[in-house]
Design a protein around this ligand. Structure first.
Ligand code: C5P
Length: 268
């Protein structure tokens, strides 16, 4: 009997997402500061002669248990067979990695260096699962060291924002890249810098799903360093001066908005 392999697929957060151009094949050039949460999906990989998959957890509904699942396709890409048990703790199609992080976790756990980009633009950074400046369409990765974890809240109002439509709705596809990321000088300096950056997909996403405007207002009312959308939405985040502040405001926000998915987390 072969030993099962455990893998953790953390939520991926785009602290910034600048769209800087578009390639001839339609994919967009990005410049994004990506970090990872201490919340995520859990996978158990048990080697066996053929592929199978089972999904549990609060967000299991509607997730396919076959070759449509990116975790399954990552296993195939790594030339591995067996059973994948996926505990789906994160909302999916939500701008925080979802299937990409599951796929990245499978590749990482299996030690695969296969071309992760073919599974999706976010899969290479999710395989690395370390704070990184991500550019190209997602294949160029430069790891970043902050030296500190950041207290944060994630909020998902339960609406779906289709990624291709958000890119299509961009008024401008040629926007400025990020200036150098300040990795020295503490959290205050980093927050000041972050506040001057953008998620270029946020305006089209709020037009498509106005509830996200309400989410960002509710986060701003807690007086964070900053609030912003991750990826193409609909999950938004806010950053705080301490993990305790994040926890306190997350509990209050959840009471005010019982239908929203609200979590305090540490970003690194
Ligand atoms: O690569 P992934 O499957 O995550 O991307 C979903 C869709 O988002 C793509 O089909 C494409 O329309 C759009 N996209 C893009 N440029 C990127 C990443 C995604 O246009 N860099």
């Amino acid at each position: 009997m072969k030993t099962p392999i455990e893998a953790f697929a953390p939520a991926k957060i785009n602290l910034t997402l600048h769209v800087t151009g578009q390639r001839a094949d339609g994919y967009h050039l990005l410049d994004s500061l990506v970090v990872f949460a201490d919340l995520g999906d859990r996978l158990t990989l048990t080697p066996g002669p053929k592929m199978s998959m089972g999904i549990t957890g609060p967000f299991a509904d509607g997730v396919p248990c076959d070759a449509r699942n990116l975790a399954w396709r990552a296993a195939e890409l790594a030339d591995w067979t067996g059973h994948i048990a996926l505990d789906k703790q994160l909302p999916h199609g939500a701008g925080i990695g979802g299937g990409s992080s599951d796929a990245g976790a499978v590749l990482r756990a299996l030690g695969s260096n296969a071309d992760a980009l073919q599974l999706g633009a976010d899969v290479p950074v999710c395989r690395l699962a370390r704070a990184s400046r991500m550019s190209g369409i997602g294949e160029e990765l430069a790891p970043i060291e902050f030296g500190e974890e950041i207290g944060a809240i994630l909020v998902n109002p339960g609406v779906h924002v289709p990624t291709p439509a958000m890119f299509k709705a961009l008024e401008s596809k040629q926007n400025p890249a990020m200036p150098d990321i300040p990795t020295q000088g503490g959290l205050g300096k980093l927050m000041h810098w972050l506040d001057q950056q953008r998620n270029d997909l946020q305006v089209p996403a709020i037009s498509a799903q106005p509830v996200m405007g309400q989410v960002l207002s509710a986060l701003d009312a807690t007086n964070p360093y900053l609030s912003r959308m991750s990826g193409s939405g609909a999950t938004c985040f806010a950053l705080y001066e301490s993990p305790e502040s994040a926890k306190f405001h997350a509990a209050q926000l959840q009471d005010l908005h019982p239908a929203w998915w609200v979590r305090a987390t540490l970003l690194r």
